[in-house]
Design a protein around this ligand. Sequence first.
Ligand SMILES: Cc1ncc(COP(=O)(O)O)c(C=O)c1O
Length: 389
Amino acid sequence: MNVDKKLEELPLTKSKPETLLSLFGNSDILPMWVADMEFEIDGSIQDSLIKRISNSGFGYEYKPESFFAAQTKWYKGQYEIDLIRDQVFNSPSITTTISVVIENMTSENDGVIIQPPVFMEFKDVIQGTNRKIVKNPLKLVDRHYKIDFQDLEEKAKLDSNRVLILCNPHNPVGRVWTKTELERVIVICMENNILLISDEIHKDIILFDNQFTSIWNYAGKWEKIVICTSEAKTFNLCGISDSMAIIPDEDLRNSIISTFKKYNLGRTNVLTRIALEAAYENGGVWLSDLIRTIEKNVNTIEHEISNTKSKIKLIKPEGTYQVWLDFRNVYRDTKEMFSHITENSRIGMNAGHWFGREGALFMRMNIATSNEKVLKSIKSIMKAVHQNV
Ligand SMILES: Cc1ncc(COP(=O)(O)O)c(C=O)c1O
């Protein structure tokens, strides 16, 4: 899988000098933080886009049957989901859907449960809608994160807590929740009348024979579910792709759609449609190649860490193209850890505490790049860290 050298010509968010300076205190940083990829995208997606822009018609378009046929086939083949067209609608972004659902289905100061350390924008959305963040922190046992079900049950029992946002696969810790875990989550939601929002954006990057199960599979059991998903991460299309929401229950769906209509949020654009249709039709081989590449990168990090008997610990991901590194054996203070590693390695990773204080003394590293770069980077990080030991 080739790294696209031309990416450097683009004004990428992850390498914007002002952003690097404000986050890392230096603009001379190798960015391994924002979750996008450095690989050449699938050739058929690029060819379809080139062909499309050679036609000068950019008026309003509808999604033709061929789009839905390709999408339905992809969802069945990849995740055993029988997409029903009426249950699916377009959204500008996953975070937009989460905001709308929270606003629509809860009242100010109601509690929304999240499972930190977790994707930081969940917190922004909850605060932005004037709801209360309720934490059900994940438990780390022998380098394996688990849901604290007892705590979840206690939080779910409180009448003021109305929603749970599940992240599956989980960003940043890389868990792919098992059927057993998902069944327990569903039972807790059912017993306590909790609306479950499942963010499944990372669903295609499943590593080392782990298995992804969509919450869609439990729609017959619990009606209050919203699945937020997109293939933006999968095919590195975040710059052009929007997202979709799947809401099997008719009443819930109609209520959410009414807000989408109110703000005219349901639009998509021509290039998104073209890219996605090509991805659904032809992207499978590229995706398998990507997964093997990410697995190799994870193995490289694991090997380097264990070979050098490093005090850094790897939380081996089951999914996503990020690794979650544990520095608790090296540092005592999270800010000191962040500035020491950043200054000495010049690698820009996400500090764990950006995902909530439960992530303190961890870092998230994006490994969707060449194996050479991953190897060089982990060596630089280890060198920086071990000066501190
Ligand atoms: C778990 C998760 N959800 C949502 C997003 C962002 O999705 P969107 O840009 O569609 O809001 C990300 C991006 O990194 C993510 O990791």
